[in-house]
Design a protein around this ligand. Structure first.
Ligand SMILES: Nc1ncnc2c1ncn2[C@@H]1O[C@H](Cn2cc(CNC(=O)c3cc([N+](=O)[O-])cc(O)c3O)nn2)[C@@H](O)[C@H]1O
Ligand SMILES: [Mg+2]
Length: 216
């Protein structure tokens, strides 16, 4: 039977055709070009991606957690900026997406900095200490199911994975929107939160990133 390729498979082909192996910036550019001129996909994109870059560069995190790998676009954006020895753990629960993301990350030459874990965030967050030897995270990027942002943040608090100064950066706080998460981080005395206004990837619609510093 002739099976139609999936969008992530076509995105990976575009990366392999239009970028240079081992050159993360060319991988990012190839994905942005594909999503702007061929097929939209839910990567954080170039505009919000630049804000992500500035937050990561300013923080210089050693231990990073990403929730929702998808095709690995933001994984590559973050990992390319990490200092030697720093580690990024990214959780992806869709096996097909994880398979594509592994290849995108490897093509970018960043596999040594990245650990892609296949599974649900709710199952893996409680296992970070015993399974990965992680005490606390310096930076967390939230880009998975929008109804998981709040429960997973509370779970990270309960598991002691956040320390004074840990930065949470959440994608899509306007579109598709995460109202319960926003209300929590903006009103909780445990967070200092600010909004970076931007646009939904590859569109003119408003969207933005919420940066929340855990105060302990
Ligand atoms: N609890 C979870 N644990 C691990 N991986 C998860 C979990 N929930 C979703 N994922 C994975 O995230 C990937 C990407 N993903 C992200 C979302 C949620 N994000 C969006 O729906 C979204 C939607 C739009 N949009 O509709 O315009 C724009 C964006 O930037 C988005 O992140 N759904 N799947 C998928 O492969 C999924 O398996
Ligand atoms: Mg997103």
């Amino acid at each position: 039977t002739l099976t139609k390729s999936t969008r992530p498979q076509r995105l990976l082909k575009a990366v392999q055709k239009h970028s240079t192996r081992g050159d993360p910036q060319s991988v990012i550019s190839a994905i942005d070009h594909f999503c702007r001129h061929r097929e939209w996909a839910m990567n954080v994109g170039d505009e919000k991606g630049s804000i992500l870059d500035s937050v990561v560069s300013e923080l210089n995190p050693e231990k990073v957690l990403e929730l929702g790998t998808y095709c690995g676009y933001s994984t590559v954006r973050i990992a390319r900026l990490l200092p030697p020895g720093a580690r990024l753990i990214t959780l992806e629960f869709n096996a097909d997406y994880a398979a594509i993301a592994r290849q995108v990350i490897a093509w970018a030459g960043l596999e040594d900095k990245v650990q892609l874990v296949e599974g649900a965030s709710g199952d893996w967050i409680p296992r970070m200490k015993e399974h990965f030897g992680i005490e606390t995270f310096d930076f967390v990027f939230l880009d998975h199911w929008k109804d998981r942002y709040l429960p997973d943040t509370k779970l990270m608090e309960d598991c002691g994975l956040l320390r004074k100064g840990t930065v949470l950066l959440a994608d899509n706080v306007i579109c598709p929107g995460v109202p319960d998460y926003l209300e929590y981080v903006r009103n909780s005395l445990s967070y200092k939160s600010c909004y970076f206004k931007s646009h939904l990837e590859y569109t003119k619609a408003e969207d933005g990133l919420e940066k929340s510093v855990f105060l302990g």
